[in-house]
Design a protein around this ligand. Structure first.
Ligand code: IMP
Ligand code: MG
Length: 180
């Protein structure tokens, strides 16, 4: 089904769903009795948030922040633009940031700083993917990690190339012909 666009599948739909369930159980345990708010970083974190929120059995809220960094390139532009702030109050809430991928760390640094301004009781990060890198622009502590992956450009399950391929239910490596 994905052979037209993907060189190969890196993480299957089944493996993603299984891992999301495991992360949700840990979050259920760790946030018992807390006032949990999930904050999704648009747009890449949308699929992850929508699966995770439905597997968390604790009462909680969610909201979104908009951050753009990639433009149409497969390498980070180095600039992070906040395009949307949260709509709900985060004061004294236990905030968990939901991000698709920890790459250069720029997006997470900027979004973390933005959330701190809203005075949450606690602030942690849950990233579906962690790219193995020798050096990052910012080292940000990640509390929950879905998968560690090699330093390759991936698409699917929210991650895009030029705003496309977010809809794939798995994560894979894009065919070279599609971006050269
Ligand atoms: P960072 O600011 O460099 O850490 O990049 C974070 C953002 O860049 C993520 O939220 C993604 O939207 C995007 N990104 C980083 N790596 C990839 C990738 O391999 N494929 C698609 N998008 C990526
Ligand atoms: Mg992107």
């Amino acid at each position: 089904m994905f052979s037209d666009v993907l060189e190969y599948v890196l993480i299957s739909e089944e493996d993603i769903q299984k891992r999301v369930e495991e992360l949700a159980s840990r979050i259920n345990r760790d946030y018992k009795g807390k006032d949990l708010v999930l904050i999704c970083i648009l747009k890449g974190g949308v699929m992850f948030l929508s699966d995770l929120t439905r597997k968390i059995s604790l009462p909680h809220s969610f909201d979104m922040v908009g951050a753009e960094s990639y433009g149409s390139q497969v390498v980070s532009s180095g600039h992070v633009m906040i395009t949307k702030d949260v709509d709900i109050s985060l004061e004294n809430k236990d905030v968990l940031l939901i991000e698709d991928i920890y790459d250069s760390g720029r997006t997470l640094k900027v979004v973390k700083d933005l959330i701190q301004v809203h005075s949450p009781a606690s602030l942690h990060i849950c990233a579906l993917l962690w790219k193995e890198k020798e050096k990052r622009a910012h080292n940000v502590p990640i509390k929950y990690i879905g998968f560690k992956i090699p330093d390759l450009f991936v698409v699917g399950y929210g991650l895009d190339f030029n705003e496309k391929f977010r809809n794939l239910p798995c994560i894979g490596i894009l065919k070279k012909a599609l971006y050269t």
